[in-house]
Design a protein around this ligand. Structure first.
Ligand SMILES: [Zn+2]
Length: 182
């Protein structure tokens, strides 16, 4: 017997069972715990949505979600190698105070311990550094990612999985809710 399947229902159920794979767009909640402390989270009202498989998220995060469908809950731990890499002592550098001169004066507002300063490397790529120490001549800056060398514990739930549009894949970002509006 042939049954009538309303078009909208068919699409909906197909979407619900779509597995997370390359070029799908999962919307997920997550809680990131590092050393027993919650450092980041996204809740149901404002979930994280991203194009899977193009390097938008750290590799371990994407591989652990692969194959999951809407409604699935997840929990996993990432070693630094699968996340932001090991902590590198070489990424801690002393820069002359003059680096922070603006209009002939040192911009003291930027130089508080623990402050994140936006900088550029020699190729012009943006780079964030954290101020560790300030002396008369030099500023010690840590260019490691805040989560470098850290074990990341993720828990969350898959809310929705849909196919990315060709345009989204070309642009490298999602459109619509939680994404670019253009
Ligand atoms: Zn776009």
């Amino acid at each position: 017997m042939i049954e009538y399947v309303p078009f909208g229902l068919f699409i909906k159920s197909k979407k619900n069972f779509m597995k997370i794979a390359k070029h799908t767009v999962p919307s997920v909640t997550y809680t990131l715990v590092v050393n027993g402390e919650v450092v980041d989270m996204a809740e149901k009202e404002k979930p994280l949505s991203f194009i899977h498989g193009i390097g938008m998220m750290v590799s371990g995060f994407e591989s652990n979600l692969e194959g999951l469908t809407a409604g699935a809950k997840y929990e996993f731990m990432l070693s630094p190698e699968d996340a932001y890499g090991p902590y590198s002592a070489e990424a801690v550098v002393d820069l002359p105070v003059s680096t922070f001169m603006v209009d002939g004066k040192v911009n003291k507002d930027m130089l508080n311990i623990g402050q994140i300063v936006p900088m550029k490397d020699q190729n012009g790529n943006p780079l964030n550094g954290t101020v560790l120490e300030v002396s008369e001549e030099a500023v010690k800056i840590d260019f490691n990612h805040m989560l470098a060398g850290k074990e990341l514990n993720f828990t969350g739930e898959i809310l929705e999985v849909r196919q990315a549009t060709r345009e989204e894949i070309e642009h490298g970002h999602i459109h619509g809710p939680g994404g670019h509006e253009h």
